[in-house]
Design a protein around this ligand. Sequence first.
Ligand SMILES: Nc1nc2c(ncn2[C@@H]2O[C@H](COP(=O)(O)OP(=O)(O)OP(=O)(O)O)[C@@H](O)[C@H]2O)c(=O)[nH]1
Ligand SMILES: [Mg+2]
Length: 486
Amino acid sequence: MTDNTDTIVALATPNGVGAIAVIRLSGPDAINIANSVFKGKDLSKQASHTIHFGSIADGDLILDEVLVSLFVGPRSYTRENVVEISCHASGYIIESIIKLFIKKGARSAKPGEFTLRAFLNGQLDLSQAEAVADLIASNSKASQQVALQQLRGGFSTQLQALREQLVNFASLIELELDFAEEDVEFANRDQLKQLIHEITKIVGRLINSFELGNAIKNGVNTVIAGRPNAGKSTLLNALLNEERAIVSHIPGTTRDTIEEVLNIQGINFRLIDTAGIREATDAIEQIGVQRTMEKISQSALLVYVFDAAKITIEELNSDIASLQKPGVTMLVVANKADLLNKPGSQKVGKPGKNFADLFANQNFDKRDLSTSATSLLQPLGLPDIIFISAKEKRHIDDLKHKIYSSAVKDQLSGDETLVTNIRHLEALQKTEEALVRVLGGIDGSITSDFLSMDIKQALHYLGEITGVVTTDDLLENIFSKFCIGK
Ligand SMILES: Nc1nc2c(ncn2[C@@H]2O[C@H](COP(=O)(O)OP(=O)(O)OP(=O)(O)O)[C@@H](O)[C@H]2O)c(=O)[nH]1
Ligand SMILES: [Mg+2]
């Protein structure tokens, strides 16, 4: 995997017919190999970062007219000699040119091998190399921004500085080991403690940023759930601004889950409309209800919707209690607010028992129902409720804003470093555990050799993130997920 004495070749653009395809060569012989089949200027005599027109020929047979871009190492992506051939994107031409290069001594690149070489040659650290893959996969403004920030080294610089300070202490403690009999302390324990506290704080902040980082990179699973007929599907349609789900006055309309992506300010929310929750009347509906409950526990966000004109306080309280799941944020949404306070609006059950009764004699400004209702809801132990009318598309933007801020909280400040990669998260968590042991060790006055071991562990895990510490397995695992040609 780490052999980079040979020259590799691959198509760098997508497979299929197009205007132009780019074939990339990297390695010590890249320029010679290209030169041996190029009819035009002598490429070995041209300056780096120049482009040359000519043709590629297999003996007398011209394969295509091309543009050749030259990057002389180390001024290239991989820090090796790199040649990029822009040819016409016909499958036949591409295959013929690549075969010709292989005949002349190149070999097919493995997935991610160009970026692997960039990493091995010190052009990128490991977390930056991973950011290249994230950048290619990014599908929203926010995910592109976070990947770009990581590619530019935001994450690495922060970790590098921490590591250096810790290495310093580790060597002082190593020194103590050499003087074991004399019982000296070169490493000031108070200063060490202070440093560990500082590092723990930063590591903790990075760990916490994963929730948002992950939301940005992978989207947020958001379930819309509630009783039948509450208006869940109407709400899904209103949020998407499209008639996606079937809506009807018949309770039990939605039986299977419906998923659609909604992008709010750069973050993708995977909205999942579900079957209404009630005692099912048939087997199919029962499966639907079961699926709803599963979807809720797999989600980060639950938009619980109820019919404000119909529900009783008791039902509302019991719904909220039974749908609360650890790790799932719940937004409580009162739908059909347009029916509240309307003369002749439905009155079911005894007065005072219905949610709507709370508002019977209130003359709220409809535009600000959510805030003015708080004083009525709080004494009943009800949480903040967002009032909307899905059918009349009112306050949908308020709800979107609440959905967005429940995922982002106040973390998205612009240049904040966010962890988006599960591998990084795990390494940070292990770093944190080792740091806790170091602190415990200092307080428990354990011997320098044990202290040194724990510090080394912390260094090891921090180093795994940027690739100061790697194994072939780890590299294989990361780069095999790249596409060929990257
Ligand atoms: N007045 C009023 N009616 C609404 C509103 N939202 C939905 N409805 C009506 O309520 C009925 C049920 O709407 P749906 O969106 O199908 O409800 P649901 O929660 O998806 O129902 P199930 O899929 O059966 O669980 C329909 O007749 C809608 O037109 C609203 O804001 N105001
Ligand atoms: Mg529905």
